[in-house]
Design a protein around this ligand. Sequence first.
Ligand code: FAD
Ligand code: NAI
Length: 475
Amino acid sequence: MSKQFDVIVIGGGPGGYIAAIRAAQLGFNVACIDEWKNAKGGPALGGTCTNVGCIPSKALLQSSEHYEQAGHHFADHGIEVKGLGLDMARMLGRKDTVVKQNNDGILYLFKKNKITFFHGRGTFAKAVDAGYEITVAGSAPDTLVGKHIIVATGSNARALPGAPFDEEMILSNDGALRVGAVPKKLGLIGSGVIGLEMGSVWRRLGSEVTVLEALPTFLGAVDEQIAREAKKAFDKQGLKIELGVKVGEIKTGKKGVSVAWTNAKGEAQTLEVDKLIVSIGRVPNTIGLGAETVGLKLDERGAIVVDDDCKTSLPNVWAVGDVVRGPMLAHKAEEEGVAVAERIAGQHGHVNFNTVPWVIYTSPEIAWVGQTEQQLKSAGRAYKAGTFPFLANGRARALGDTTGMVKFLADAATDEILGVHIVGPQASELISEAVVAMEFRASSEDIARICHAHPSLSEATKEAALAVDKRTLNF
Ligand code: FAD
Ligand code: NAI
């Protein structure tokens, strides 16, 4: 006899587990199936984000930042550090502990919300009168029937043709977070979000890092002024980024990896490194889902086709997160998960794609929401811009971190905020104010008139809003 559920969620990453919790809160009988295994073969809920993505990368970014501060910047504060050392095993162990705390936290939340968890692979078997039959393959095989199915099976790293990941020499994000000793020379292909974050981790820990990027422009999706400022900071730190390259043959040997590449001038080059991280984007994951068995439609990239409401081509089958269109971000996946659970309950769940923030957790951090100056120009929209440098912010001076700026873009006629872009300290936290403002369709004057605590980095946000009207007070 198969087990019946109102809602079955396939995938326990941020899209899936949050959808399961919201559906349970709304009174549904919910199951969640996830196949991720920890080192001991047990469940490890949280998907890419928790296991090999957001959480472990931020743990290593923090540890490596402490190392860099102790080695290079504590002296500015009059703190002497002698005999500074690096215990890689301990640093990786701490990261693993942080991951496990998050895995266990989700298991606890499932118990609290009375969600039935199945550890294994969920596969569509067939449509039945009561919904869909889903088989679970794992240590405890099972057959379930769900009236509504939410697919949240995430994404996998994209490999370069002819250079599969071996996670020893050619690393995906997974191997990049498990390197046991600091490589003397590290290569990265792709200067996107992972390239910059992982490149920063290993550079801070002592690697000589070279990043090869195909596009001629640096961080093409980021506001040009902000990207330029960030590039200046990365250059100063010694992160070598080559733009406009063409990557050729990649060979692995006992000693390391050799990458043939052509630079922007068309000159042939070779990069010899101990390890190579390939971070050229991610592909939606529907491996083993049985999409074809039930006729679930995929697009040419392999993503599940959904409408604006995350409805798929099949009735009562929904899909959220990295496996569908849109930015591959944990918080976007979560918002979609909540909205779908609410729609199943007959409510009006909504995701505002215009206010999904982006953050790159390098130093300086880069964060933005809304449109860039180049997007506004190409759309022919009349706008006003205001910037404020952290160099003129008292708190940034006290922190000893004055790189970067806050930039506001507002409609020329109505003053509505159209985009906010930040490069600098704590940009990841500062961007929230801009998201709230844009959700409420605030004007730059609204932010300029709000009292911000002194001394705080958020005063730079207020000042950038004042700058839109050319009336900064501290610059
Ligand atoms: P996933 O998190 O990929 O979860 C999918 C889950 O489904 C997995 O557990 C998988 O095992 C399981 N699964 C797949 N198929 C099946 C099946 N058939 N049966 C059962 N289970 C199945 N985003 C941010 O917003 N901020 C960040 O700082 C950030 N940092 C990142 C750093 C790195 C190195 C990487 C790689 C990604 C990062 N991301 C970040 C992106 C973020 O991790 C993803 O956008 C997010 O995890 C997507 O969530 P999801 O639920 O769609 O899928
Ligand atoms: P990405 O899309 O951010 O960057 C990939 C880069 O590789 C691009 O600049 C692209 O031009 C380049 N590229 C593609 N093919 C290439 C080739 N053959 N040779 C050289 N360069 C090539 O992808 P990335 O860094 O792999 O990250 C995947 C996704 O994971 C991100 O887009 C993001 O959605 C998510 N992520 C989010 C983070 C965050 O929010 N802080 C952190 C890390 C990942």
